[in-house]
Design a protein around this ligand. Structure first.
Ligand code: PAF
Length: 283
């Protein structure tokens, strides 16, 4: 696997592959790779002949006081996992090479980029949209893949790619879960033993809510989910919302393809998860 640090190197590499008729996929990550990230490599392998991962802990998507400094980093371990998984290259830019001292541009997505996670992390989607735009412009892949665990992030990326006419196909990859249902996340490393034992309650509560949403109004179910999460040990529930699967607009019954999105705190760790709801729940 080639490890490339500069924008020019990665661009020449991708250009040369594309000129040779290869189809190139991008797998953007912030490192601390787990099976969820590695499954993204497998998912795009089906659509591409070359896979380029990126590892960059993006400062733009962390607010002051969030976990940028302590975000787990395991650079050598990540490279070895990507290599074993059959990645062709990994782009590992330095912060200074991406941001000029007077960097002053933000990509901001209204609508799907508002509400839900943006309610408590208002900086987050602008930070993601700006860095993903840059990574797409630098590497110019045919296709890029993002996990459905960050369901709102995926919707935001699809929206700005469409709105800005960026010539790339965006693919969503299914959530990968631990055997007890907890969605894989680099931040699961922050959980203590007892927190880790309690954390799968999030997926259980959302799955039960998706079943209940077949026959009841969300207003009643949502209140119950929040109560269940608190009873299971979650200290704070940022939100639990039933939304239209495509627009992410809140809805009051699951009478169309829908998603239940949630963010809740287990001690000091904020966990997010989501499940399908509505007519396509078991598709
Ligand atoms: O999902 C992530 O890991 C990050 O938000 C992303 C898409 C790599 C942008 O920094």
């Amino acid at each position: 696997m080639l490890v490339v640090e500069t924008k020019n190197e990665v661009r020449s590499l991708v250009d040369s592959w594309r000129e040779a008729g290869e189809r190139v996929a991008l797998v953007p990550t912030m490192g601390a790779l787990h099976e969820g990230h590695l499954s993204l490599v497998d998912v795009v392998r089906a659509h591409a002949t070359r896979v380029v991962a990126t590892i960059f802990v993006n400062p733009l998507q962390f607010a002051p006081g969030e976990d940028f400094d302590t975000y787990p980093r395991d650079f050598e371990g990540d490279l070895s996992k990507l290599k074993k998984r059959g990645c062709d290259a990994c782009f590992t830019p330095e912060r200074a090479s991406l941001f000029a001292d007077d960097f002053s541009t933000t990509v901001s997505v209204a609508g799907v980029g508002e509400n839900h996670c943006a309610l408590t992390r208002p900086h987050f989607f602008d930070g993601v949209a700006t860095i993903v735009t840059k990574l797409l412009m630098i590497t110019r892949p045919d296709i890029a893949v993002f996990g459905e665990k960050d369901f709102q992030q995926l919707a935001v990326i699809r929206r700005f790619v469409r709105d800005l006419d960026i010539d790339v196909e965006i693919v969503g990859a299914p959530i990968v879960r631990e055997s007890d249902g907890l969605a894989m996340s680099s931040r699961n490393l922050y959980l203590s033993g007892s927190e880790r034992a309690a954390a799968p309650a999030l997926f259980k509560a959302l799955s039960a809510a998706a079943d209940a949403a077949r026959n009841a109004l969300w207003a009643d179910i949502g209140v119950q989910v929040e109560a269940d999460l608190r009873a299971a040990g979650f200290s704070k529930v940022d939100y639990v919302h039933l939304v239209d699967r495509d627009s992410l607009v809140d809805i009051d019954r699951a009478d169309r393809p829908a998603r239940i999105l949630a963010a809740a705190w287990m001690g000091e760790t904020r966990l997010i998860d989501n499940v399908a709801a509505g007519p396509t729940r078991n598709d």
